[in-house]
Ligand binder design. Structure first.
Ligand code: USQ
Length: 445
């Protein structure tokens, strides 16, 4: 197989190079998404031949639920043209769905990729928990898409390295340290290294577990090579390439379905909506900056798994509890004059709110990952970017609605009046409610 090496050639990006080689074909599935688009730009900036696949499902799901990205995103056509203007490089796009096996097969046969980066999945836990239809769509898209990819690779480019975006949520929150994919088990006098036990917290996270098992099988039985990147919660808006031109910006979701914790908290603080901590807020997860997602994917691609190897990296840089993040955002927002409050909402999910959490994340660091750690500066800069688009915030998209245990008939009872903290960590009750006249907290800026 062609290995990506450390010889930068005609690299047009500002980021430190971890490797590049001419004529490496990179296929990015889900190349129009929050992470897929910046990844496509990064690999193109490094000088690789980049092709992407997307069916605009993420855009469509937002239309369906009347939500939108905070950042106004250009059409894929405009994005590709804008990138060509800046870099002189053309990204090739294939429009279609990965759950259509014949389509994906044709794309793989034409592109003949050296590495495939697979983001083309329904990525939201709440989305997967809304209804039977949402759960089926999630698992069909994710599981069948990955199966189709395995077969297409086996058929056309068996030496190609599959880099698959998995999730830290596959592991759940066990009361022991979380290892990177495998654990040595001693049992009745014998021992073995086996896949780490999985206890995912949503039907979305479960779909990623199924993907992992299927890919592991393909590596063991067909000799494919794959890296499963068990990624934590990503935050951030900009990368070196997306900040070059407004037409290159990536999407940034803050709604209760597709928005994730820290991104949502920053938008909430900016528009004066209470920061929505679910339950006690002791839920601890691994987090990483979007810039580090790009680094990690690049590192995985430049250090391919061996033939027959199913490799697992835990892809996050730091652990935080939800409440720690809420207080960090609140403090930074207050420093720039925003009146940010933190509220504890009844948890719409079924998850431990206080628990042990220690996950190992050594492998990417050993391969050279240089983390962008979370600090006040990053929050200030996110607030600044969000401020530019503040008038696009729709407050109706913020409140949590999707519950893991909905009512008998699928009705969605209103979320009871939540308690609120004032920054000192003490809670005030519903009497201190800051709901406006129409029951909508704060106001869009
Ligand atoms: N949470 C709040 N308030 C909010 C939103 C979330 O307290 O307004 C809490 C949730 O209850 C949960 C934690 O924050 O305990 C993380 O929730 P999230 O929505 O930020 O992230 P999650 O649903 O876990 O999923 C996200 C991405 C998913 C990725 C996963 C990585 O949507 O694609 O796989 O992060 S991980 O969390 O490590 O599994």
């Amino acid at each position: 197989m062609k290995i990506l090496v450390n010889e930068a050639r005609a690299c047009v990006c500002k980021s430190p190079c971890v490797g590049i080689v001419p004529a490496v074909h990179v296929l990015i599935l889900g190349g129009d998404g929050y992470l897929g688009w910046p990844t496509a730009l990064r690999f193109s900036a490094r000088g690789h031949d980049v092709a992407i696949v997307d069916n605009f499902a993420r855009r469509y799901w937002h239309l369906q639920q009347s939500t939108d990205s905070l950042t106004p995103i250009a059409s894929l056509e405009e994005r590709i043209s804008a990138w060509e203007e800046h870099s002189g490089r053309r990204i090739k796009a294939y429009i279609g769905s990965v759950d259509e096996g014949d389509f994906l097969d044709r794309v793989v046969a034409e592109v003949l990729p050296d590495v495939v980066i697979h983001y083309a999945e329904q990525p939201s836990a709440p989305f997967s928990m809304k209804s039977r239809e949402h759960a089926v769509l999630t698992q069909r898209t994710n599981v069948i898409g990955t199966l189709n990819l395995m077969f297409a690779i086996r058929e056309h480019v068996p030496d190609c390295h599959i880099v698959k975006l998995g999730t830290m949520g596959e592991y759940g929150t066990p009361n022991i340290d979380i290892e990177e994919g495998y654990i040595e088990i001693h049992h009745k006098g014998r021992s073995d290294v086996l896949p780490y036990p999985k206890l995912p917290g949503s039907l979305y996270h479960l779909s990623k577990v199924h993907d992992s098992h299927n890919l592991h099988f393909a590596c063991r039985v067909w000799g494919l090579r794959a890296t499963d990147l068990n990624q934590g919660v990503v935050y951030g808006i900009e990368t070196d390439e997306t900040s070059l031109d407004p037409r290159l910006v990536t999407r940034f979701d803050y709604d209760e379905v597709f928005g994730t914790a820290l991104n949502r908290f920053c938008v909430q603080a900016l528009v004066g909506h209470p920061i929505t901590v679910y339950g006690e807020g002791g839920q601890t997860r691994g987090f990483l900056n979007i810039r580090d997602t790009l680094q990690c994917v690049e590192i995985a691609a430049t250090h391919p798994a061996a033939a027959g190897e199913f490799r697992v990296f835990n892809q996050f840089t730091e652990q935080f509890s939800v409440l720690e993040l809420a207080h960090l955002v609140q403090r930074c927002a207050q420093e720039v004059g925003l009146d940010a409050t933190v509220r504890h909402y009844p948890n719409p999910r079924v998850e431990a709110e206080q628990h042990y959490y220690h996950a190992v994340n050594e492998k990417l660091l050993e391969l050279g990952l240089e983390p962008h750690y979370l600090g006040d500066e990053l929050i200030f800069s996110m607030l600044n970017v969000i401020r530019k688009y503040g008038d696009r915030v729709s407050l109706g998209q913020v409140e949590p609605k999707t519950r893991w245990r909905p009512g008998e008939l699928g009705d969605e009872p209103e979320v009871p009046a939540p308690a609120e903290t004032n920054g000192s960590g003490t809670r005030s009750g519903p009497d201190d409610d800051i709901l406006g006249e129409e029951g909508v907290p704060g106001a869009a800026v």
